[in-house]
Ligand binder design. Structure first.
Ligand code: ACO
Length: 324
């Protein structure tokens, strides 16, 4: 019995906003954004929330796989932009797709969220208690962005992607190795929707920004240092060499950053999947969106070894070595 990633899917909201479009709202330019980040446009939700994007991705996965929503044992949604603190976004997705048997919860690990969620899901499946589960990364980053702040507003986009895990009769397993990390001492490097205790008994009334605030340079430096380390560690802890890895599906934060990670980890940049030009940084959704696009375009072939690597707020980072 093996645990396999059998189906992938994604959904992007219809509105595409170009760098030139953004110049109407802030002092920026296509040249600055594209040169520093590799981003040309991003999809932005207008009246859909995170659970809507996640549900559309889920429906596409179910339609592709041919299984019904009632067969799902669990739904995990990785997100830093949930519809609400309660209920979880995963519970709303359950209702929207009709997965009445599934237990549901969200995982919060910012841009590493999908890697964290997929790792957790693989272990749930390995318990032997479950046969089918959905893991989705979904974000509406546009609702936590300060649209007056050009240093962050140009970077992010909205979207959702996910995978279906199934127990199969084949002894082959999709999950070859994992390597997850966090460093809470650097939690202030990326903060969004911070809430202080404010009640009638609070002495000091503080007003903290709701919007996403980020130490861009700090995160860039962290990723260049820590992501090659996790890549080296996961390869060392597996039976594979870097040459055996067909593709790196990394969190799409910045093209220049991915080039630096490729160089430092000694994996040719041609092996790095890329969609940041059209999606921007969709946080926990970026890896499953890219994975599905690469499978759909036949870039990724069945049986290939894929390295997923995520990094972001928390700080969190980590990798999964999977075989499709
Ligand atoms: N348009 C034009 N000019 C701009 C813009 C903009 N959109 N944004 C900033 N600038 C200006 C700045 O004001 C500054 O001007 P100054 O020199 O006159 O002061 C200049 O450009 C340089 O700004 P820096 O912030 O130093 O630019 P940098 O080269 O560091 O690039 C960037 C910024 C793109 C944010 C980069 O640091 C980066 O990509 N960091 C990684 C961030 C990241 O990946 N975050 C997501 C983490 S994932 C998660 O957990 C959600």
């Amino acid at each position: 019995m093996g645990i396999k990633i059998t189906t992938t899917g994604h959904y992007l909201p219809a509105l595409k906003v170009s760098n030139d479009d953004l110049t109407q709202y802030m002092d920026t330019s296509h040249e600055w954004i594209n040169k520093r980040t590799g981003i040309s446009s991003r999809h932005i939700a207008t009246n859909e929330n995170t659970s809507d994007l996640a549900s559309e991705a889920a429906k596409r996965i179910l339609a592709k796989s041919g299984i019904s929503a009632e067969e799902l044992d669990f739904i995990i949604v990785a997100t830093m932009t949930p519809d609400a603190l309660s209920p979880s976004t995963a519970c709303i997705v359950q209702e929207k797709i009709g997965a009445s048997k599934a237990f549901c919860f969200d995982i919060s690990a910012a841009c590493s969220g999908f890697v964290y969620a997929l790792s957790n899901a693989s272990h749930l499946m390995k318990s032997g208690n479950y046969d089918k589960g959905l893991v989705i990364g979904a974000e509406t980053m546009s609702k936590v962005i300060n649209w007056q702040d050009r240093s962050t507003a140009v970077l992010f986009g909205d979207g959702a992607g996910g995978v279906l895990l199934e127990r199969t009769d084949s002894p082959e397993d999709s999950f070859l190795a994992e390597d997850l990390h966090a460093d809470g001492s650097r939690h202030l490097a990326l903060v969004a929707d911070h809430k202080n205790v404010q009640n009638p008994f609070t002495e000091v009334k503080e007003t903290q920004s709701y919007y996403l605030e980020m130490d861009g340079r700090g995160i860039f430096d962290f990723a260049i240092r820590n992501v090659p380390e996790t890549i080296n560690r996961i390869i060392a802890n597996s039976t594979l060499s870097k040459d055996d890895v067909a593709w790196v599906v990394a969190h799409q934060a910045n093209k220049r950053l991915l080039e630096a990670i490729s160089k430092k980890s000694n994996i040719p940049f041609e092996k790095f999947g890329l969609n940041i030009a059209d999606t921007g940084n969709t946080s926990a959704a970026s890896i499953p969106i890219l994975l599905d696009q690469m499978i759909e375009s036949n870039q990724i072939q069945a049986g290939e070894n894929i390295l997923l690597t995520g990094f972001g707020g928390g700080l969190t980072w980590g990798s999964l070595l999977i075989k499709l």
